[in-house]
Design a protein around this ligand. Structure first.
Ligand code: TYD
Length: 139
């Protein structure tokens, strides 16, 4: 399979907006409305020990929205040439991650929840887990 040649600059933080009143906020993410792909899977990371990192892989096809549903963490994006660190700390902000990029997550605050909205079902064949292979396939 060919690895897409998207760059880190194709990823952006999208304010998916919120409905606010005196009793708090609601943020809605809805297919066909405020997300640029259809969501087929949602998963979330939590109870990540202090100092621990996650990710460390690329995807051939998977597109994602990454949201700090609680607390904060950083996402490091890497296209083989450029690296970009994005800090997420609000539930109404979603990092749109396009396919073909290496990503790592670190700097998790205590009690943080990393919610991921994903375009496809889980498929181990969609992963590249070896950074040197990632660099080779990108070039
Ligand atoms: P992985 O995607 O490598 O986690 P992270 O990038 O957060 O470090 O997945 C960790 C394990 O969980 C791996 O054995 C695959 C499994 N897994 C599923 O079975 N289904 C899923 O939807 C996800 C995201 C992971």
């Amino acid at each position: 399979m060919k690895l897409k040649n998207n760059t880190v600059y194709d990823c952006s933080v999208i304010d998916v907006s919120k409905i606010h009143n005196n009793a708090g906020n609601i943020t809605v993410i809805e297919n066909g409305h405020n997300i640029p792909f259809n969501v087929n899977r949602i998963y979330y990371l939590y109870d990540v020990p202090s100092g621990e990192a996650r990710g460390g892989h690329a995807h051939y096809e998977l597109e994602q929205f990454i949201v700090a549903a609680s607390g904060s963490f950083d996402v490091i994006l890497d296209d083989g040439l450029n690296r970009k660190r994005v800090s997420l700390n609000r539930p109404n902000l979603a990092l749109h991650v396009v396919p073909g990029l290496w990503r790592e997550l670190d700097n998790f605050s205590s009690g943080s929840i990393c919610m991921v909205l994903a375009s496809h079902a889980y498929d181990e064949n969609d992963y590249i887990r070896d950074y040197s292979k990632f660099l080779k396939y990108r070039n």
